[in-house]
Design a protein around this ligand. Sequence first.
Ligand code: GCB
Length: 584
Amino acid sequence: MPVPASFNDITQDPHLENYIGWVWYEKEVLLPQRWLQNDLSTRVVLRFGSAHYYAIVWVNGVQVVEHEGGHLPFEADISRIVQRSRGVPCRITVALNNTLTPHTLPPGSIQYMNDKTRYPKNYFVQNTRFDFFNYAGIHRPVVLYTTPSVYIDDITVTTTSSESVAMVQYQISVVGSELYSLSLSLRDQEGKVVATGSGPAGELKVPNPNLWWPYLMHESPGYRYFLEVKMQAQASGVPQEDIYTLPVGIRTVHVTSTQFLINGKPFYFHGVNKHEDADIRGKGLDWALIVKDFNLLRWLGANSFRTSHYPYAEEIMDLCDTYGIVVIDECPGVGIKMPESFGNKSLQHHLVVMEELIRRDKNRPSVVMWSVANEPASELPPAAYYFKTLIAHTKALDPSRPVTFVSDTNYALDHGAPYVDVICVNSYFSWYHDSGHLEVIPLQLTAQFENWYKTYKRPIIQSEYGADSVPGLHSDPPAMFSEEYQKALLKEYHSVFDKKRKEYVIGELIWNFADFMTNQGVTRVLGNKKGIFTRQRQPKSAAFVLRERYWKIANESSCLPPIIKSLSSQHVVHGITDYIISLV
Ligand code: GCB
C-alpha cells in the first residue's frame, strides 16, 4: 500500500473501498550508523503527518505511540529502541482503525442491521453526518529525523506592529536539560540580521518592518522573516547544539463589529472552501495536486480558504504562508449532531484536538482565525456549555486570533453563536430549500444577514453557498444541476453580497473549490458536484464567473499594485513566472 495515500481507491476490491476496522502497515528501514551510536546524544524521532483515524505504532515490536484523530501530526522518540538493536533493520508497524464513534472527531456510529431477512449475520454500516467520503490510511508523510538529546521542543511567536516598528514576541521551550543557553537572530529575506535576542522568552524589535500581506493586497504578499533559534547545552558532559529556523510573518489581526482588519486594513475574504480529495489517492498528500490548486487559486483571484472540514497538510499551510493565502483553520469538528456528542467525553477530546491544532499552526501568519466546528446541532441546549468552554479554551491557548464556528442553525436558536468573534453562516437557498426558485435568493439572503447582524452585531462571513453542476450539462433557462443554474445561483448571491459588504459582510467562500467524493446516496452522483472545478481540476462555467468577480473585488481595493490591476482587468493570463512552478 503506498504512503501517503488513502487505501480505499487503490485496489479493485470494493470490500477495501468501504472497509471499516483495523488495517495494518509494516515497513523495514535501515538507519544511518551515526544515528545509532549508544552515547545518548542523538534522539531519533518517528513522525506521522497524519493517519486516519486511530493509530497504534510499534517499532521492532515495541509500542511507541498511539494517537486518536486523523488530521494532525504525532510522533515518538524511538532512540532507545533503535539504538539497542544496531545491525538489524528498524521495523515500523502501524495498526490503523477508521471506526468513528459519537465521541470521535468527526463523530460517527456503527449500526448493526439485525433483521436477518434483509441482512447477513453481523452486517453493519457506519453512519456519519458529514458530506465527504471517510477516506482512511496514512495520509501524510512519515519521516524519521534526529535531534540532539537536549533539543528545542517548541517555539511560539506573536507579532505586533505600528507604522515604523514591529515587535516579535517569542517563547521557546527546551527539553532534555535545565542547563542551556539560547540565542536568536531574525533575518530578512535578503539574509540580513534585523534583530537579535537571547533566553527562552523575550521580544525582538524590527524597525521599518516588511509586513506579511495577503495575496492581492500588496505587491509582495506573504513576506516572511526567518527566526534562527540556536540552543547550546551540556548533557552528561557532551556539548549539544540544536538550531531551528522558523519563518515569521509580521502581521496583526483585529475584528470590529463590522470589519476584519489585517494590518489595520479591512480584509474581505473572497475565497473558497476546499477538501483534501482526489482520484485514486483520496486524502493522501499529492504535491502535484497541491501546487496545481495554488495555481488555480491565484488564477481565480481567491485570497483565502477555509480548511473545511479538518486541518490540512502542513505542506499546504506552508504554501499559504508563502503566497499570502489567508486561512480559516478548521478542526475536524464536523457532523456533531448526536446529543451524546455534546457530552464531557466528546468535549474533552475536542479540547485536546484544538491544543494539537494550535500547537501545529500557531506560528502561521496565513492563519487568521480558528474554526472549532462546522454545522453542529447548536440548537441543542448542551451546545451552550460545549461551545462556551471550547471557545474559551481556544482563546486561552491563542489570545491572538479570533475564533468562530460555522453555523447552519437558525440565528434565534443558536446556543453557540454568542461566543464567536465572527459569525460564519452556511445557506443553500434555492438548492436544498425552494429548489429551482432562484428568485427567492435576494429576499432570503438579505433576511439571513439582517437577522444575524441585528442579533449579534458581529461581522458575517457567508462561509458556504453553492449549487451542484454536472460538467457539460446545459439548460437555458437554467435548471438544477446544469452549469447555467450554478452560475445563475452564484450571481443571485453576489448581488446581495455586494450590498451587504458595504455594511458588515466581510467575506464569501464558495462551496466548493472542486468536486469531491462522498458516500453513495440518491443526491450524490459520484460525489458532491458543487465544485467550480471538476475533481480533475478543470473549470466549469461558474469558475469564470467567480474569477471575474474576485479580480474585480481585488481591483476595487486600493491596495492592489497597478501592474496586477491592469493585468487582471484585461484578463490576461499571467506569464508562467507568475505561477508556482517550484516549491523553493
Ligand atoms: C454543507 C456542509 C458541506 C456539504 C454541503 C453540501 O452545509 O457544510 O460539508 O458538502 O453543505 O453540498 O451539501
